[in-house]
Write a protein that binds this ligand. Structure first.
Ligand SMILES: [Zn+2]
Length: 229
C-alpha cells in the first residue's frame, strides 16, 4: 500500500492511506504558504510536534469540527483541552513512547528545540513522529537541530524522512543533508522553509545535495503539491 502526502506549507502535512487521514502540525489560516484554510482540512488524527503557534494554531478548531483525535506532548494536550478539545480526543505522549492506533503505530521521538503553547504556558519537550501507516515507516522530525540519535530512529528502516531546512529556528540545509545520512531513508523531503524571509531556502539546491551525497531520493514539492511513498 502507498501513502499520499500533501505539503500544506511550513510544517503542515496531510497524509492519506487506506481511508485514514492524518494531519501534522496544522498551521493554515495565518500561514502565507498554505494552499487551504483550516475549515477545509479533514482529519481522523492530528499530530502536533510541539506547542509553537506555527505548528498548532488551527488544531483545536479542526479537532472540534472533525472529531479527530490529537496526538501531542503531554503539556500540549493540556493546552488543547484549555481550547475546548474534549479529554477523550487527546492522546498525551512523551519522547520514546508509542501508541497503537487502528492504522498502525505512532512513536513520539526526541527533538532539540523549545516549546510553549500560544497562551504562553510551558509546552513540555518538543518531539518528532515516527509513523507506521499502510506498511510504511515515515519520520517527521519536527523542529529540531541535527542530533546523532537520528541513527537510532533510522534503525528499523525508513521509507520517508521529512526534515526542516529553514535554518535560524531549526537545522539548516547542510545539517539536514547530514540528517539524511544518519537516518538513511529511501526518500527525503524538506519542510519549515520559505514561509517567511528569515527561513528562505533553495529547496531544489538542497535536493541536489541530497542526491549527490546520499542514496536517498529527494522530493521537493510546492505547497499544495503531493507525492506518494
Ligand atoms: Zn518551533
Amino acid at each position: 500500500m502507498s501513502v499520499t502526502i500533501t505539503w500544506l506549507g511550513h510544517s503542515s502535512f496531510a497524509l492519506e492511506a487506506e481511508g485514514v487521514r492524518l494531519l501534522i502540525d496544522p498551521y493554515l489560516n495565518d500561514n502565507p504558504a498554505s494552499p487551504i484554510k483550516a475549515d477545509k482540512a479533514e482529519a481522523d488524527f492530528i499530530l502536533l510536534t510541539h506547542g509553537h503557534f506555527d505548528h498548532v494554531t488551527d488544531a483545536p478548531a479542526i479537532a472540534k469540527r472533525t472529531g479527530a483525535k490529537v496526538l501531542a506532548g503531554f503539556e500540549v494536550t493540556g493546552w488543547l483541552q484549555r481550547e475546548g478539545v474534549a479529554e477523550d480526543k487527546v492522546i498525551p505522549m512523551n519522547p520514546g513512547g508509542s501508541v497503537r492506533l487502528p492504522f498502525g503505530r505512532v512513536k513520539f521521538t526526541i527533538a532539540h528545540h523549545s516549546s510553549s503553547t500560544p497562551d504562553g504556558a510551558y509546552g513540555g519537550v518538543p518531539g518528532g513522529f515516527l509513523i507506521e501507516l499502510a506498511g510504511k515507516r515515515l519520520y517527521f522530525a519536527g523542529d529540531t537541530a541535527l542530533f546523532l540519535d537520528m541513527k537510532l530512529i533510522g534503525l528499523g528502516g525508513l521509507d520517508l524522512a521529512v526534515l526542516p531546512i529553514g535554518d535560524l529556528f531549526t537545522m539548516g540545509p547542510e545539517d539536514a543533508v547530514e540528517a539524511v545520512k544518519f537516518l538513511n531513508p529511501k526518500k527525503a523531503a524538506p519542510c519549515h522553509y520559505n514561509t517567511w524571509p528569515p527561513i528562505a531556502q533553495d529547496g531544489a539546491a538542497w535536493a541536489e545535495e541530497v542526491r549527490r551525497q546520499t542514496a536517498a531520493e529527494a522530493i521537493v514539492v510546492e505547497p499544495g503539491g503531493s507525492f506518494v511513498v
